[in-house]
Design a protein around this ligand. Sequence first.
Ligand code: WTA
Length: 634
Amino acid sequence: MKSLAIKTFEEYQERYAQSVADPSAFWGEIAETFQWEKSWDKVLEWNFQEPKVQWFKGGQLNITTNALDRHLEHNANKIAFYWEPNDPSTEARSYTYAQLHTAVCRFANALKVKGIKKGDRICIYMPMIPELAIAVLACARIGAVHSVVFAGFSANALADRIVDAEATMVITSDGLNRGAKSMALKEIVDEAITTCPSITNVIVYNCLGWECNMVSGRDSWWHDAIAHQPEHCTPELMDVEDPLFILYTSGSTGKPKGVVHTCGGYMVYTAYTFQNVYQYEADDIYWCTADIGWITGHSYIVYGPLLSGATSVLFEGIPTYPYAGRFWQIVEKYKVTQFLTAPTAIRSLMAHGTEHLKPYDLSSLKILGTVGEPINEEAWQWYYKEVGKEQCAIVDNWWQTETGGIMISGIGTLSPLKPTFAGYPLPGIQPVLLNQEGREIEEPNVEGYLCIKAPWPSILRTTYGDHERCRVTYFSHYDGYYFTGDGAKRDENGMYRIIGRIDDVINVSGHRFGTAEIENAINANEHVIESAVVGYPHPVKGQSIYAFVVGEELPEDELAARHSIVETVSKEIGKIAVPEKIMFVTGLPKTRSGKIMRRILRKVAEGETGSLGDTSTLLDPGIVDEIILKSNTI
Ligand code: WTA
C-alpha cells in the first residue's frame, strides 16, 4: 500500500499550494490509491448554498474492502487491534487483520439474517471492546448506516437518537465496566426502546457474564447470532455518496442533530489525515484513547488507522484506573509510538504529579496528539516535557464531528511547534477568519470567526432527516462559507490558535453540549419553571456547567433540590451533562424583550461580579443583585 504521508515541511507547503490551486487534481490522485469497484466520473461538484457537496461522483466502493480486505494479501497476520481491558487483571485480546476480517464478515452475515439491508439504520450502544469496532464495520460491510451512541448517555438520550434515525436494531452488551464503575447497558436499552416503535431487533454481546432479560422474537445474544455464520461476506456495493454513518452532536439550538457522513470522501480524508498527522510507518503502534462513541473514535480509532493498515491499541478503561500510571503502563506494554488523548485527560493526570510516570519506559513515543478542546500552555508543557521528555512532537488536532477529519494541526514531526497553537491547515483545507460583518481578515495576530471557504472530502453532507437545519446551522451565517462555531487567531506565520466556541455550546471534558439542551433537561424537573445554563472555566474539564434555576419558590432544602436536578439531568441526558454548580434564584436577568442576558450570567459563573457592564436594559435589575449576593455561597 502506498503511503500518503508527506515527508518534509517543504513538501507540505508545495502540496498545500497544489491542493488549493487544483483540488480535483490533488484529491483525485490521492483517491486513486484506494480500491474502487467503479472509478468516479468527476472529482468534485459543490455549492454551499443548498448545500450540496459531491466528491468522486459516480464512484462505487465499499469502505471495508479498503479497511480490511485490501490488507489480507500482504498483512493478514499483522495486528489490527491490541485490546487492553479496563481492569489489568482481565486478559488482553488482539486481532490480526485476517481475524478482524473474519469477525466482521460473520457478524455482517448475522445482521443480514436478521433482515438488515443497505440503508437501514442501526444504533450501537456498547463499551470500548473489539466487538464495538466489529459492529461498526459489519454495518459498513452490508451498507447499513451505523449510529453509535456513547455508552454514557441515558435511556432518554438514547431513545431520542433511535427515534430520530428511525433505527430498526440496537446492538449493545449486558453491561460495561469503566474505571471502578459499571453500567447495565441492556437495561438502559430496554428502558429506551419502550418509546422506540421502530426497533425490531436487539443483539446483546455477553461482555460481563451478566444475566439479561431477553425478549423472545426481539432480543438475541451476539454469540448465538454469529454461530454457524460463514466467514465470508461479499461487501455491499455502495455509491460514493451513500451514507456511511450518522453521529449525533450538540449545537446551540434544539436537540442534538444527526451529522451524516458518506462513504467515499470520508474514507479518503480520514486515511490521508491519519497518515500525515501521525506520520504512521509500518511498524508503529498507534493509540488513541478516545471512545468510539465520539467522532475521534470513528475517524482515528476505526476508519483512519484500519484504512492505513495500522496497528492500534484499543483501550476499554479510563486514565486513572486502577492507578494514575495506567496510560503509561499501556504505552510501555505495547511500545506505543503515536499517542492521542484529550487535554482534560492530560490535566487530570497532571494533577496527580509526575510520580506515576516514573516507573514506565516511554521512550517508544514519537508523536503526542491532543484533540477535542483548546489545550492550555501549562498542560501543553507538561505533555511535552514530562510525557514526551522533549523528544516528541505535539500535534494539536482541531476539527469537529461535522468535518469528519482533522482540519488544522501540526504535521507529525515536520512542522514547527508552538504551544497552544493547533498549527497549519492540512492540504485541501482553506480556513479564513471573518469579522463581524463577514469580511475576511487578512492581517496577522487578530481574532475572528473561523470559517472554511471550500469543501474537503469529509465535510458533513446533511443532518439526518432535516437538510434545512444543516443549511441554517453551518452555511447561512456567512454566504459561501462553512461556519465552524469557533473563534480563532492566526499568527504572522499562518499558524492558527483555536480560542473556543463563540456560540451557545459548552465543551465539558471534550464533550459538546448545547446550553438549550441542558436547560431543557433541567426544565424537565417538576419543580423547575425555567433555567439558564452557561459554561465557565474549569481547571481539569476545560469548561464546566453552571445552572441558574427558577422554581415556583426558592427551595427550603437546597441540597435536596440540587440533588433532584442532578437526577433529572442524568435521566434526560446522562451524568456527563450534570451541572457542577446550581444556583436557585427568583428570576433570570432578562431584557425587556425577554431575552436572557447570558453575558451577565457568564461573568457571575466566572466569579467576575465586579465587571458586569451595562445592566440598565434589564427588565428587573434587582435580580442581578440577588444573583451576586448568592454567588458567594455557591
Ligand atoms: C473543539 C471533536 C481547540 C472546538 C474532534 C470544536 C478544539 C469542537 C480542538 C468540536 C482543538 C476540538 N483545539 N478546540 N484541538 N478540537 N475542539 O464535534 O470547539 O466533539 O468546534 O469534535 O471541539 O467537538 P467535536
